[in-house]
Design a protein around this ligand. Structure first.
Ligand code: F3S
Length: 293
């Protein structure tokens, strides 16, 4: 059975940076907490807890502490509450998310549409920087009855580029001035393109990442439109039946999945298939190149 890892997968720069900032703060001996889970990956959140980095549920509950703001950012009001609570703030908001927040904030004269999931903290944070005409839409939201003199469109960083393109195509005939900011992050696009290419060739895709991770869910959605696809958080969820009649397994992982977890999953698949040729580090896992299929 052939096993290949998507050419781009796993930890992105924003997540790596946030974890590093939290660990450095803790190493200084400070009492550190994060507002909400630092990243959407339960095993990593537990590891951070074990190292003394607590998860606090709300800004109101945090007073006089060192608070790390997670990579997908927080809302303007939450930030103010943290500041008023006498906390020292370590802002690990990913620069891509920060840029999207700044764009929304700078477009005060425009109605702003944010393409994304209204319940996702990143989008809720972006929304808080907007005006009363800022709102969240999906690619298929019916906007056909609306007309605008001027309009601005931005996107959640983990959306598909074609979703943004479809939305813009729809809106263009309805506006005199349309300002579009591509706020989809490069890491997301690279991971989605690599997963899609692999899913087209594989009989089975294993998508690793937190079930609450938007970018992992998006990978799962893309892969399952091409081939049989299973989303898991850890290698413990793999069973032998999954691989019945499978000749080519593809692996991909969301932006909050560490290399060690990808390695464990790869080796577990090998073990299930009674293949002793396991890898000792993630760099040893063969990557998928399109010509290899
Ligand atoms: Fe940042 Fe993109 Fe990662 S927005 S946190 S680099 S998925």
């Amino acid at each position: 059975m052939k096993i290949r890892l998507a050419a781009s997968s796993g930890f992105c720069f924003g997540v790596r940076r946030a974890i590093q900032m939290a660990l450095e703060a803790r190493e200084n001996g400070d009492e550190v907490c994060t507002l909400g889970e630092l990243i959407h990956n339960p095993p990593i959140v537990q590891e951070l807890r074990d190292k003394g980095i607590e998860v606090c549920p709300s800004a109101e509950s945090i007073q006089n502490k060192v608070v790390v703001i997670r990579s997908h950012g927080i809302g303007k009001q939450e930030l103010e509450t943290l500041q008023q609570g006498g906390n020292r703030i370590i802002d690990a908001t990913c620069p891509y998310v920060k840029r999207a927040q700044e764009i929304v904030s700078s477009m005060a004269d425009y109605p702003v549409l944010i393409l994304g999931d209204a319940n996702h903290p990143e989008v809720m944070g972006m929304l808080s920087y907007g005006n009363e005409q800022t709102r969240v839409v999906q690619e298929d939201t019916d906007l056909s009855e609306e007309r605008w003199q001027k309009l601005c469109v931005v996107s959640q960083t983990t959306q598909r580029l074609d979703s943004l393109q479809n939305l813009v195509r729809k809106l263009l005939p309805q506006t005199l001035e349309l300002r579009v900011f591509n706020t989809i992050c490069l890491a997301t696009t690279q991971r989605q393109d690599a997963a899609l290419a692999l899913a087209k060739a594989a009989d089975l895709m294993i998508v690793i990442g937190g079930r609450n991770s938007a970018n992992t869910r998006m990978l799962q959605q893309l892969c399952s439109a091409q081939t049989r696809s299973v989303q898991i958080e850890t290698e413990a969820e793999l069973s032998a039946e999954l691989f019945d009649n499978v000749k080519f397994v593809g692996i991909t992982a969301g932006a909050s999945t560490p290399a060690e977890m990808i390695l464990k999953v790869y080796n577990k698949i090998k073990e299930i298939n009674r293949d002793a040729d396991t890898a000792t580090c993630s760099e040893e896992i063969p990557l998928f190149k399109e010509e290899s299929c």
